[in-house]
Design a protein around this ligand. Structure first.
Ligand code: SF4
Length: 441
């Protein structure tokens, strides 16, 4: 039986796409290569969000070629989409496949058993739409991603994603519900709704709809115990959305919001459609309505022209808000984006120091947020695998706190109530089981 392997870099959307690709391979009669076994077909699903991601993608391609000298090597993903010429230069790559054909790779392979040509072809810019509910391989996940939207129309000045993934397009509501229902039948209790620009969900559909309409449909269908919403842009977090999550039993009390900068001038040059005051208001509103919500923020550090005062504005804003953790990214100039040629690029050493400041702030905020839950009783969804070091079961609360508990194997992938009893280091929380939750959905 022909074997395959898939190496994935980058975001949740890419991970989801690799899982659907894996399922497509299996459906076509291929078998995943096990452990160190050489694969007949290797797919590298690349990322290009930063220069580092592109470099790591090239490394992953070379590693796959070295480890699988006889394999047919296919490269796909955002790096393949935006810089096929760079990949073409790597000896040993057989095919470069654009996003539009990514999910069809096994089908394409079955049509052409042997590579007709050792030359890679330029991929087509993704602008496809799929309305069918996706099939994907869960790989033992207890909280799988479900991609409901792809692409972006926003063109922030630093971002390569709209060039890599094309315009915004959404999975119709009926297909989302069908996907959730299938996942439920597979024994899943939580899904993470994922997209590139979730706040634009539904605007491309006929008739047009929106994320809020989708959430209403998902809630009334009552198919899943927990639904987590991944990153959502600040300008798209409406009062209606906050109220819906506040009043719901299924939507997780977890927001992840790209802030990028707390300085209005920098935000303007980034082409981000909000101000620090708007961001302050939104986070305040979330905290008022949902005091236990985890509120994460992405911050982009060292955007061209970000002087000390502008960076301080970011730090002050985050310090002042009930943000519970940060994802900190150093600015990386991407060819083809406006910011690539902006003046006043920030020296690497300055960016590095600013990133350290924010990561320390994130650690402190997270520690404080977690600690405030000691003594509380919370529901966790127990993961499929135990913690490597302690052997405890690991679970996640609705408000994104990882908790470890002692317990038997039959509790894996179940929802249980735990009392949080202690914190170890800054992030490890321990609990004891207080009550087994009855799953009634
Ligand atoms: S909203 Fe901005 S940062 Fe996010 S994917 Fe679109 S262009 Fe990139």
């Amino acid at each position: 039986m022909t074997t395959f392997s898939i190496k994935t870099l980058g975001c949740k959307v890419n991970q989801f796409e690799s899982e659907t690709l894996e399922q497509a391979f299996v459906n076509q009669g291929y078998r995943p290569a096990c452990g160190q076994e050489e694969a007949d077909i290797c797919v590298i699903n690349t990322c290009t969000v930063t220069q580092k991601a592109s470099m790591q993608s090239r490394q992953a391609i070379r590693q796959a070629i070295r480890a699988n000298p006889e394999a047919r090597i296919l490269v796909t993903g955002c790096y393949a989409q935006t810089e096929p010429e760079a990949i073409q230069k790597i000896a040993g790559v057989h095919d470069i496949v654009g996003h539009s054909d990514k999910s069809r790779i096994p089908e394409i392979l079955s049509l052409t058993e042997e590579p007709k040509s050792r030359r890679a072809e330029r991929p087509i810019v993704a602008n496809f739409r799929s309305s069918a509910p996706p099939n994907f391989h869960l790989q033992g996940r207890t909280r799988p991603y479900l991609k409901i939207q792809d692409g972006c129309n926003a063109f922030c000045a630093y971002c390569i994603v709209p060039f890599a993934r094309g315009k915004s397009r959404s999975l119709p509501i009926e297909s989302v519900l069908e996907s959730i229902s299938r996942l439920k039948a597979d024994g899943i209790h939580e899904i993470v709704l994922t997209g590139i620009h979730l706040g634009h969900y539904g605007l491309d559909l006929e008739p047009g709809t929106c994320l809020n309409d989708l959430l209403i449909a998902v809630e009334s269908a009552a198919l899943m115990e927990r639904i987590r919403i991944s990153s959502i842009e600040p300008a798209e977090i409406s009062n209606e959305l906050i109220d819906r999550i506040a009043g719901s039993k299924i939507f997780c009390h977890h927001f992840h919001i790209p802030l990028q900068s707390g300085d209005n001038e920098v935000l303007k040059r980034m082409n981000r459609p909000y101000t620090r005051e708007m961001f302050h208001h939104i986070v305040g509103r979330i905290h008022d309505r949902i005091p236990d919500a985890a509120i994460g923020a992405d911050v982009l550090v060292g955007f061209p022209g970000e002087n000390d005062a502008a960076f301080d504005q970011t730090v002050f804003l985050i310090e002042a808000l009930p943000i519970t953790y940060l994802h900190v990214f150093p600015f990386s100039p991407r060819k083809g984006t406006p910011a690539y040629s902006f003046a006043n690029q920030i020296p690497h050493s300055v960016v590095k120091a600013r990133c350290s400041t924010l990561r320390a702030l994130s650690k402190a905020k997270k520690k404080c947020f977690y600690r405030s839950h000691i003594g509380k009783e919370l529901e966790i969804l127990v993961e499929g695998v135990r913690d490597n070091t302690t052997g405890h079961l690991k679970g996640m609360t609705s408000n994104y706190i990882p908790v470890m508990v002692e317990g038997k194997d039959h509790l894996r992938n179940t929802l249980i109530m735990v009392r949080i009893i202690r914190q170890q280091d800054e992030a490890a929380m321990f609990g004891v089981i207080s009550n087994l939750h009855q799953i009634s959905v």
